[in-house]
Design a protein. Structure first.
Length: 71
């Protein structure tokens, strides 16, 4: 199985207000299944909102997280 390359911080900054779990997981270097597990446990490191049956990650929180780990 090949893994998509993680997006750069600048790329993440260009995303919309929210992103899907798959992209957020890729950005922080974890699998989608791990991301959903962390969300289920309330431990995902960025804010998660529910839109109907889907989960969305607040991009600004993801940028803050990635900015902290990049520096």
């Amino acid at each position: 199985m090949t893994t998509a390359e993680a997006p750069s911080l600048d790329e993440v900054k260009s995303w919309g207000a929210t992103c899907d779990v798959r992209d957020a997981a890729r950005a922080i270097g974890i699998s989608k299944s791990t991301a959903y597990e962390w969300i289920r446990m309330g431990e995902f490191p960025a804010a998660v909102i529910s839109v109907r049956s889907k989960r969305r990650i607040i991009t600004a929180d993801l940028v803050r997280l990635l900015s902290q780990t990049a520096g």
